[in-house]
Design a protein around this ligand. Sequence first.
Ligand SMILES: Cc1cc2nc3c(=O)[nH]c(=O)nc-3n(C[C@H](O)[C@H](O)[C@H](O)COP(=O)(O)OP(=O)(O)OC[C@H]3O[C@@H](n4cnc5c(N)ncnc54)[C@H](O)[C@@H]3O)c2cc1C
Length: 302
Amino acid sequence: MPSPDVSGILSGMLDAVADFAVENYPLAPGTYYHVGGPARLALFPRTIDEAQSAYAWMRSQPGPHLILGGGSNVLISDTGFPGIVLFTTELGTLENLGEHRYRAASGVILQKLVREVMLPNNYGGVGALTGIPGSVGGAIFMNAGTVNGSTCQWLESVDLLGAGGARTVQMAPSLYAYRSQRFCAPEELILGGVFRFEVAGEDQRAVYQHYMQRRRDTQPQGFCCGSVFKNPPGEHAARLIEQCGLKGTRQGGAIISPKHANFIMNEDHATFADILSLIELARRSVRDRFGIELEEEVRILR
Ligand SMILES: Cc1cc2nc3c(=O)[nH]c(=O)nc-3n(C[C@H](O)[C@H](O)[C@H](O)COP(=O)(O)OP(=O)(O)OC[C@H]3O[C@@H](n4cnc5c(N)ncnc54)[C@H](O)[C@@H]3O)c2cc1C
């Protein structure tokens, strides 16, 4: 966590929050795109109690408000975020509850869950979660995954904070779908969740190696957000963009990856506008050529 800066607008703030707040906090280094100006104020609660204080305080302040985990699925404006950002990155508690159940706080790195819990116990699901960057909270919010499955599938329950206080939602398949869920309302904070795994028959270390290698073979390395667009039903966004002849198209420091057309890379000091214009180009081209409206997977914060 950066050292606290309690000057300026923080004077007069609640003591409990000032301890882990930073004013004018640069967001670009904390995102996988490495793009974005500063947040007016960033909060880094270190415990669930602090997260509750931070959240309550944030909600009592004028907006806008934003919750961020690993920053691997966001594109933030060069002008920054003119409000308060609550980071979950310091909430890293991971607890073995027994009987293949684990409570993970939202800031636990998803790949830590894969490597330190799923692999040593040979739990199924490694094929779905291997290689996805970011936090457990972000993975729950996005229902992150692959063709092999998605995060919410292994959740027993999720702990949330909202306007009405804390609540626990028992997970059910009706509450989530492809890269989406409907248990966490906008502006609610996912504090964490309880995962329930099952021991797999297949060697999960081999599965892990296979999917890590596959990512290396098919995905470019560098600053990006992974897939920019969701796959439309029965289609692949990458294939549609590629069919439009857009692989390798550049705008300023950004490029539609020649390796994977659904990856738009910040190759050389790209601006928010550079990346956004390639997103719009891809969307427009696919709409004009195929009549299909691509939906963004990346969260764009203007
Ligand atoms: C190289 C690369 C590969 C990727 N591959 C995949 C993949 O295979 N499958 C896939 O699904 N995704 C993939 N992604 C996208 C991304 O990693 C996932 O969406 C990830 O789960 C986001 O987690 P995060 O913590 O980084 O979320 P952030 O980027 O910090 O936030 C994403 C969204 O979740 C919200 N959010 C985050 N934490 C919380 C919380 N605790 N409470 C409430 N809301 C919250 C934010 O407000 C924001 O709207 C990839 C990204 C990269 C860079």
